[in-house]
Design a protein around this ligand. Structure first.
Ligand code: PGA
Length: 248
């Protein structure tokens, strides 16, 4: 049985003090929530966020990591650094990183492997552009992203990964995919994973939907057969809205 995960991606928002205030506000609202709750603040907020979330059911994740252990990579953050401050998850391959920071399927794969090596749970993002959807290549494109992202990953490790299907045309646009549109891609991702591994493994991997998830559509999305929660941007910056999503 896959447990629903409501994950907030704060992107480049909130200072450390704002992050702590928001977590303190959210804690009470999600106490007793039966779904898993995850917040992903910026690197400089992580230490304060982990401390603020201590003793609550809120987990903390980073938005990125480097694929090497350490070395001359100015401005980068390693998996070991994240682990040492108590971070448990890491978003990998978000479309904004692929688009603005030249991340490729290969670097995404290297980052997933690195995260697993340090026992961080990867939240692996994939998703098509509007043009790809219109050209009817969505399924092929996502399958190619998934196949490369899971390259050289054992069956056992694969079940630790959370996949986030985020159609790029739905991110930050207010245009949510319909629950049927989102579910059919999530289902196809699961079939692709069953092809790489086997059905049992695929059935154990959580697949989230992301892209303009809000308090009004979350419950319907999360109730779909192959959607196991959401990766939420804008609405995760509003504790009232995000708590409704977490409890969906
Ligand atoms: P959004 O962002 O909810 O603001 O569309 C989702 C994401 O980019 O993870």
């Amino acid at each position: 049985m896959r447990k629903i995960l409501a994950a907030g991606n704060w992107k480049m928002n909130n200072t450390p003090s704002q992050a702590v205030a928001m977590i303190n506000e959210l804690k009470g609202k999600v106490a007793g929530c039966k779904n898993d709750v995850l917040l992903c603040p910026t690197f400089v907020c992580l230490d304060a966020a982990v401390k603020a979330a201590e003793g609550s059911n809120i987990k903390i994740g980073a938005q990125n990591l480097h694929f090497e252990d350490k070395g001359a990579y100015t401005g980068e953050i390693s998996a070991q650094m994240l682990r040492e401050i108590g971070v448990e998850y890491v978003i990998i391959g978000h479309s904004e990183r692929r688009e603005y920071f030249a991340e490729t399927d290969d670097t995404v794969n290297a980052k997933v492997i690195q995260a697993l090596k340090y026992e961080l749970i990867p939240v692996l993002c994939c998703g098509e552009t509007l043009k790809q959807r219109e050209d009817k290549v969505t399924f092929d494109f996502i399958r190619s992203q998934i196949k490369i992202a899971f390259r050289n990953i054992s069956k056992e490790d694969a079940t630790k990964i959370v996949v986030a299907y985020e159609p790029i045309w739905a991110i930050g646009t207010g245009k949510v995919a319909t629950s049927e549109q989102a579910n059919e891609v999530c289902k196809d991702i699961r079939e692709c994973l069953a092809g790489i591994y086997d059905k049992e493994t695929a059935d154990n991997i959580r697949i989230l939907y992301g892209g303009s998830v809000n308090k009004d559509c979350a419950a319907e999305l999360f109730a779909m057969s192959d959607i196991d929660g959401g990766l939420v941007g804008g609405a995760s910056l509003k504790p009232d809205d995000f708590s409704i999503i977490c409890n969906a």
